[in-house]
Design a protein around this ligand. Structure first.
Ligand SMILES: Nc1ncnc2c1ncn2[C@@H]1O[C@H](COP(=O)(O)OP(=O)(O)OP(=O)(O)O)[C@@H](O)[C@H]1O
Ligand SMILES: Cc1ncc(CO)c(N)n1
Length: 273
């Protein structure tokens, strides 16, 4: 059995965070383990409260699982504070795992999921050891320190991020306009490609980012090459958005049941750049 781990926050509404990650892992046939960094009281309207977990206990959750299970791929989501980031990096320092860093900063409703003082810690401690990072445009702008208003800017930001030592940057285009949802992928070896899928006009997009990075983690855990893992994950999230469950009155969650029913009916165009 392929085993993966998510180090992230709990979303009591079940659409994002640890809950989205475990649902994705289950659907993709990998065994999911967890280290919870924070609890959120959350629904499809937004985040009502956050209680963070102490650094030592985040580390203990990770170490306890890693002592027992051969975890092949690990993702991080909401890490909340510089202290937690430093603790996670300490645990990962002597481990050999594929690492997906989703630099979660702000929830769809606007609530901060990462303290501002933690952005530097993320750059310093986690980007250099990442196999792949999956920023959306606002996150890429924060991490690179440049404003992003065009595809050219996004490319420039990706190259700034590659200089931190990360092996691959997936620039998610969910927040951009246009009929296509376009993600641009840049590797440290200078190669790149774009993925395009039809943009779905819907409010049911709570947890899309978590779902996407969890799917990359699951496919890496199953032994897929990084590029194939990223493309297959895009298909998973496209299906999860295009067959909405219509739960809740705000931004509804993605549908994890869709992939197994429709995986041969999804179109993601891959354009080599
Ligand atoms: N309306 C949409 N239609 C199709 N694909 C979408 C849509 N919105 C986002 N995506 C895709 O979903 C994936 C996640 O992207 P997104 O930019 O939404 O992440 P995010 O902002 O980190 O999500 P979250 O708000 O959950 O943190 C990307 O592959 C993106 O292209
Ligand atoms: C716990 C948690 N992690 C990540 C996100 C980002 O979607 C969220 N809303 N909640």
């Amino acid at each position: 059995m392929d085993i993966v781990m998510t180090v992230a926050g709990s979303d009591s509404g079940g659409g994002a965070g640890i809950q989205a990650d475990l649902k994705t892992f289950q659907e993709l046939g990998v065994f999911g383990t967890t280290a919870i960094t924070a609890l959120t009281a959350q629904n499809t309207w937004g985040v009502e409260g956050i209680v963070s977990v102490e650094q030592d206990f985040v580390k203990q959750q990770m170490l306890t699982v890693l002592a027992d299970f051969p975890v092949r791929a690990l993702k991080t989501g909401m890490l909340f504070s510089a202290e937690i980031i430093e603790g996670v990096a300490q645990v990962l320092a002597d481990k050999d795992m594929l690492l997906v860093i989703d630099p979660v900063m702000i929830a769809k409703g606007g609530a901060p999921l990462l303290q501002r003082s933690a952005i530097e810690a993320l750059k310093k401690h986690l980007l250099p050891i990442a196999t792949v990072i999956t920023p959306n445009i606002p996150e890429a702008a924060e991490l690179s320190g440049i404003e992003i208003t065009s595809a050219e800017d996004a490319k420039k930001a990706a190259h700034i991020l590659l200089q931190t030592g990360v092996n691959c940057v997936v620039m998610k285009g969910g927040h951009l306009e246009g009929d296509q949802a376009v993600d641009a992928v840049y590797f440290a070896d200078g190669t790149s490609f774009m993925m395009e899928s039809q943009r779905i006009r819907t409010k049911q997009t709570h947890g899309t980012g978590c779902t996407f990075s969890a799917a990359i983690t699951a496919f890496l855990g199953k032994g897929f090459e990084l590029k194939e893992a990223i493309i297959e994950a895009k298909k998973y999230v496209q299906l999860a958005i295009s067959h909405p469950l219509n739960i809740g009155n705000g931004h509804g969650p993605t549908n994890h049941f869709a992939y197994k029913h429709y995986k041969n009916q999804v179109e993601v165009m891959v354009v080599e750049a």
